[in-house]
Design a binder for this molecule. Sequence first.
Ligand code: GDP
Ligand code: IMO
Ligand code: MG
Length: 431
Amino acid sequence: MPSVVVVGTQWGDEGKGKIVDLLAERADYIVRFQGGNNAGHTLVINGRKHILHLIPSGIFHEGKTCLIGNGVVVDPAVLLSEIDRLQESGLPVPPGKLYLSEKAHLIMPYHKAIDLGRESLRGKTRIGTTGRGIGPCYEDKIARRGIRVSDLLDPELFGQKLKEILEEKNFYLQKYLGRDPLSYEEVYETYLRYGERLAPYVANISEILDQARREGKNILFEGAQGTQLDIDHGTYPFVTSSNTVAGNACAGAGVGPTSIDYVLGIAKAYTTRVGEGPFPTELRDATGDHLRECGGEYGSTTGRPRRCGWLDGVILREAARLNGLSGLAITKLDVLSGLTEIRFCEAYELEGRRLSSLPARVSEIYRVKPLYRSFRGWQEDLSNCRRLEDLPSAAREYLHFIEDYTGVPVVMVSTGPSRDQNILIRDPFRA
Ligand code: GDP
Ligand code: IMO
Ligand code: MG
């Protein structure tokens, strides 16, 4: 009856969706616990690509239950269109297959307007957010003026709350951000309709998970974003607005820390980042372009080209510590094929000092110089490798070094975007 948490160890887009889809076969429940539709998790099943933003990546398996926990911020329009899209592609998502926490906060139209308004006002100092209203929604949650899923189900209460909040938001939108105000009636009517459609999905997720544990079910928690985007531990302020570390699986789904058995960190064999902020191992050269093209590194949510660079051991070690990683899944190893040399950042240098962790101040992170260890590359195509022995010795050396350096065993290696392109070394559900 193990519970496994999957988290990103870098700046997101490590391939969490693919790994969660793979592990979902062994799980009974798949749970999102933070973030919102800033996430874009890609699954390739039978040659067909699916991108999920809110619905957990276990949805393509029969007989599994997908849960959206209280820690997720939910744009109801996006959730409903995701349900509709799956239905159109022949996969019905009825209540029972998917549940939504009654305590999850709703992304409202003013959250999106404020997110976009602030970013354009900031100009050069922008964060490079996804523009989905994530930050402003979490702000309202913490400020205790958020609207939750359960509020939507009580039209009178919802109306009162919306009226009060909208007055303040419209003032801010018009007077500070120079944007159009939102109409109360329009938002009210639209959201009530969303509420009616979502009502059958609404549930107490904590109770469902408690019951599941008592019945000895396997639970898989699906993190979004990555450790360096964590609101506390990431490269602040160039982060997202939630805790992305494994510990938040508990608060964000309503389970206790004693119920987590295994934490799987997902790491790309190199590093990428979307949006602004420091990125010590970034390659602004032909090798960076090579990684972007070979890895198809374009955002699954916004389509933006991802910044690419070498694997950064310093942030991997931080991820091991901050998440308490039990194992690592290394993804996109196939993308490194064809390079003559592969580099791995072992430490940073700042003003003559060697650093083995990231400074807290972003102004300092911008100035660190990566210190690299060099590995020989390999030319072989890895996309058909299914066992460690199938990998060229240079690739195995690279993986062994990552294990030694981080102190975390590599338990899975992904060698392509499809569900079956994996080397499974140890099953996290049987660890
Ligand atoms: P997530 O946000 O962590 O779920 O990752 P994304 O889906 O945003 O980005 C990962 C991208 O890499 C997607 O396009 C995946 O289909 C693709 N991908 C995942 N694993 C592999 C792999 O091992 N090799 C290759 N070539 N592509 C992969
Ligand atoms: P998945 O789950 C990569 C980044 C944005 C921006 C910063 C803040 O697919 O790995 P936000 O809209 O959250 O306020 O933006 O965080 N970001 C992601 N980058 N993958 C993600 O999710 C991301 N979600 C947010 O690009 O830099
Ligand atoms: Mg993604």
